[in-house]
Design a protein around this ligand. Structure first.
Ligand code: ACO
Length: 344
């Protein structure tokens, strides 16, 4: 039994903001942002757009790709939607905090009547957790065969736009993959799909990336006047140090457990939080930087959406071929970390 990614999609809002545009209203500069993060632009959603809107748009792209490939669907996106057994949305910026889940909103909008639907909340590592969760859901029942896994965020609506140490970093977007349970082997000769995942957490660092208000720890009180909407607070230096270690440790462990070396990897697709984190990890492990796929210059940090957006961009550009060995890597709020090793 194997869990193979058979289609990908992505959606980002059309409105694109450059560093220079940000610097018109904020004490920052294109030079600072590029040299400290590698970010050049970010796509920002308009007032009416919510996370599920981007998630549905990315899902539709992936479903169309599936229909174009899978002739048994007879060219029908509706048939592709009906074939979904599970929908997982990884997000830290849902349409509604608590409930309903963003996945349920997506399930309804797509009309995926038989699909189970749930959100995964694991910060920027959410998509990595989502892929492993989907494989688990498909493996446990024989009649579950196909899952849609989406990473979707509108971080711009939970960002303090006066805080230059966070607001320059984030962008909005969604990426989606469709995972099929197939008869191919997941180990040994001819192995395909998801080979292995590492999922980890260190809750002691929860304070380093946090939205303090609005939950049951610090609820809003009746009559209280809000001086600020709920927003991301981050200890950038602490997250940076955690991220470099998490990325290097996850890479080393995944390769070791699977008996592989870096040379076996076709491409590494890391969470796009800061180009310097990737450069530091590459240096530590002696890996050429070109092995890592980076698109942070265009999209900034889209949290749980960054890995599936990158996968779709690579896939549509012909950068992922059948049999390629891909490693995804994530780290973020929680704190969480993880990676998936996938034969494309
Ligand atoms: N423009 C100009 N100057 C700035 C800006 C800005 N946008 N932001 C901070 N500075 C200033 C600071 O005020 C400070 O000035 P000072 O020396 O006069 O005090 C100086 O730049 C250096 O600040 P540092 O915070 O030390 O800068 P650093 O080199 O650590 O870079 C950064 C900060 C980019 C945030 C880095 O720490 C980082 O990338 N951390 C990881 C963040 C991350 O990966 N988050 C991912 C998870 S997100 C999620 O899960 C939702």
């Amino acid at each position: 039994m194997a869990f193979e990614i058979v289609a990908t999609g992505r959606a980002v809002p059309p409105h694109r903001i450059t560093n220079d545009e940000l610097a018109k209203t904020l004490d920052t500069s294109d030079e600072w942002i590029r040299s400290h993060t590698g970010i050049g632009n970010r796509h920002i959603a308009d007032e009416l757009t919510a996370t599920s809107d981007l998630a549905v748009a990315a899902a539709r792209e992936a479903l169309q790709m599936l229909v174009d490939q899978d002739k048994s669907l007879g060219g029908s996106v509706e048939a592709a939607v009906e074939s979904l057994d599970a929908i997982i949305v990884a997000t830290a910026s849902p349409d509604f905090f608590g409930f309903p889940s963003t996945a349920c909103l997506v399930q309804d909008r797509l009309g995926a009547k038989k699909a189970a639907a749930m959100d995964v909340v694991a910060g920027c590592t959410g998509f990595i957790y989502g892929v492993e969760t989907a494989a688990g859901m498909l493996s446990i029942r024989q009649d579950r065969k196909r899952a849609l896994v989406i990473g979707a965020e509108i971080l711009s609506k939970i960002t303090d736009w006066k805080d230059r140490s966070t607001c320059v970093l984030f962008g909005d977007g969604a990426g989606a993959v469709i995972i099929d349970k197939t008869d191919a082997p997941s180990s040994g000769p001819g192995k395909r799909g998801l080979l292995r995942s590492i999922l980890g957490a260190d809750g002691s660092g929860g304070d380093y990336l946090i939205m303090r208000r609005g939950g049951t720890r610090n609820p809003y009180k009746q009559g209280e006047t809000l001086d600020q909407p709920p927003h991301i607070e981050m200890n950038g230096r602490a997250v940076y140090n955690f991220a470099v270690k998490a990325v290097t440790d996850t890479m080393e462990q995944l390769l070791k457990e699977e008996g592989l070396s870096v040379e076996d990897l076709t491409r590494i697709v890391p969470h796009q939080a800061n180009a310097r984190i990737v450069q530091a990890a590459a240096k530590r492990l002696g890996i050429p930087e070109e092995k890592f796929f980076l698109n942070i210059e265009e999209y900034a940090n889209t949290s749980a959406a960054s890995v599936p957006i990158a996968l779709d961009e690579l896939n549509r550009a012909g950068g992922l071929k059948k049999g390629d060995l891909i490693m995804t890597l994530g780290f973020g709020a929680g704190l969480t970390y993880g990676g998936n090793l996938i034969v494309w």
